[in-house]
Design a protein around this ligand. Structure first.
Ligand SMILES: *[C@@H]1O[C@H](CO)[C@@H](O)[C@H](O)[C@H]1NC(C)=O
Length: 505
């Protein structure tokens, strides 16, 4: 701890000094630096990092600007992978010239291995090296015993909860996720599109997979642990490399980060010699998808409005174009459904599965259509998608198709709302009109030819919240896409409803 404090103080002093005097010069290995003699200048720090890629040791040396040294004291860019001293930040000219070593399984016999800048170890360092890990081990043991007990208690407590109406408040007690905080800080003060790629790789390669939590056509979803926090890992089969790439690309769109859109952490393609493992790491939400949640629980009026409003919030942010250099393009989801929306601990939604999304380039009014040919889920396809009359050149039409699907999701939520002691069982939209796993043709007959929609019961009219939800749904389901509500409009209507119903969001 003391050691860390001192180096922190030194770092801060250096940063201040160098900012006051002149720019810091560092060795630099990126291709842009070849023009400047493999060096770069910065107001921040020099960084050296070493990792294995394709069986070879790779050395990276770069400049880190001051505004990227976040969070203060432990900048994300300067963190080493767990247990490895493979990343190093320093604050003197060309201090990142050294070659860091990734320790092999058996540690080298002599301790002067070269981690320290000088390569020699004094008595104090030796004692620190030996006593430090021992002390840490004890602390870890204590913490894990404590956490285990705490977890058991929380778990038992949850087991006793009424299944009917899960109150989320007590779950706020769960420990904060430092990883999320770090990424959030970085993405709001840095480039806005997430972690740099080699940090993503370092994070991904130190995740320990725990259990499988889902399977899909692309591969599997796992729960993993990283630095004591849970993360979700979507593992694509190597055949699905394009889907993996596309989804990672969309998640790294500048300024996409939003509380109602699944938080992206890292993408990694790990080559183990025989095949490539494609990973997408994101926040983990233990409630799982909205589909699972609604199957398991009914919701209160407040719960319904919270879910609906947060979903509209996420979709509005996705759809919105933000202008400027730190702006974001408009994005349409194209596969919105209750299985692709996650429920967070505070009972709000996070929109996930952006693999089919398209981005709008307003300057040229073009769409970067996903290179894969997959279309959305048939059950949730808008009428114009089913009969292929949708104008694929017009970005707005994809947004309208999303709104139609959102209306179906609202219908699923609203059926599960407890009003006057009554709620309906969970059902998928069109459950009574099409078989399970319907074909496009079956859906088209019902939705386009017969113009049927999920039924909105008359008794919903007697409850204000249900009445408003029913009205929104119908206005999401118009056959004419352009006549449908916008996500922003829905958001405003629901915000007003939550005020009328006196709900704290
Ligand atoms: C770092 O830069 C200095 C000054 O240009 C140079 O002498 C040194 O060889 C470089 N080190 C590495 C490892 O490239």
């Amino acid at each position: 701890m003391a050691n860390f404090r001192i180096s922190l103080a030194v770092a801060v002093v250096h940063v201040v000094l160098y900012r006051a005097c002149n720019a810091l010069r560092c060795n630099c290995t990126t291709t842009q630096c070849q023009k400047t003699g493999s060096q770069c200048e910065t107001d921040g720090a020099c960084m050296a990092s070493t990792f294995f890629s394709n069986g070879q040791e790779q050395h990276i040396r770069v400049c880190i600007t001051r505004d990227r040294l976040v969070p203060p004291g432990q900048p994300f860019y300067c963190l080493s992978a767990e247990g490895y001293l493979n990343t190093h930040c320093c604050y003197t000219d060309y201090c990142n010239s050294m070659d860091l070593k990734i320790p092999s399984v058996t540690p080298p016999p002599e301790l002067g291995g070269g981690y320290g800048p000088g390569g020699t170890w004094g008595l104090v360092e030796l004692v620190a090296v030996i006593a430090g890990p021992l002390f840490l081990l004890c602390v870890l043991l204590l913490v894990s015993v404590f956490l285990y007990h705490y977890h058991q208690r929380a778990y038992n407590h949850r087991q006793r909860l009424e299944v009917e109406d899960p109150s989320c408040e007590h779950l706020y007690l769960a420990k904060d996720r430092s990883l999320q905080d770090l990424i959030y800080n970085l993405s709001t003060s840095g480039s806005g599109s997430g972690l740099p790629l080699f940090v993503q790789r370092t994070v991904a390669r130190t995740i320990v997979l725990q259990e499988i939590i889902g399977k899909g056509r692309f591969g599997e979803v796992w729960r993993g642990r990283w630095r004591g926090g849970d993360v979700a890992v979507k593992i694509f089969s190597s055949r699905e490399e394009r889907s993996w790439f596309r989804e990672a690309e969309i998640y790294q769109t500048i300024m996409l980060r939003h509380e109602n859109i699944l938080g992206f952490i890292a993408a990694d393609n790990k080559d183990n010699g025989t095949w490539t493992q494609l990973w997408l790491v994101s926040d983990y939400h233990e409630y799982g998808s909205l589909f699972d949640y609604l199957n398991r629980y009914s919701v209160t009026t407040e719960g319904m409005i919270k879910l609906a409003l947060s979903a509209a919030n996420g979709l509005a942010h996705l759809h919105m174009e933000i202008l400027g250099t730190q702006g974001k393009p408009g994005i349409a989801h194209r596969d919105l459904k209750s299985k692709n929306i996650l429920v967070k601990k505070n009972c709000t939604c996070a929109i996930a599965d952006l693999g089919l999304a398209v981005r709008h380039d307003s300057a040229t009014d073009t769409i970067d259509i996903a290179p894969n040919q997959r279309v959305g889920t048939k059950r949730y396809m808008a009428p114009e998608v089913l009969d292929e009359t949708i104008n694929m050149k017009h970005f707005e039409s994809f947004k309208c198709a999303d709104i139609y699907a959102l209306g179906l999701v609202y219908w699923e939520i609203t059926r599960r709302c407890n009003s006057g002691g009554v709620h309906e069982e969970y059902q998928l939209p069109y459950f009574d009109l099409v078989p399970s796993d319907p074909s496009i043709e079956e859906m088209r007959k019902v939705v386009c030819d017969q113009k049927l929609r999920p039924s909105v019961p008359n008794w919903w009219q007697s409850y204000e919240a249900l009445r408003v939800m029913g009205k929104i749904m119908r206005e999401c389901w118009y056959a004419n896409g352009a006549a449908r509500l916008t996500a922003l409009r829905i958001k405003k209507t629901l915000s007003q409803l939550s005020i009328d119903e006196d709900i704290k969001i």
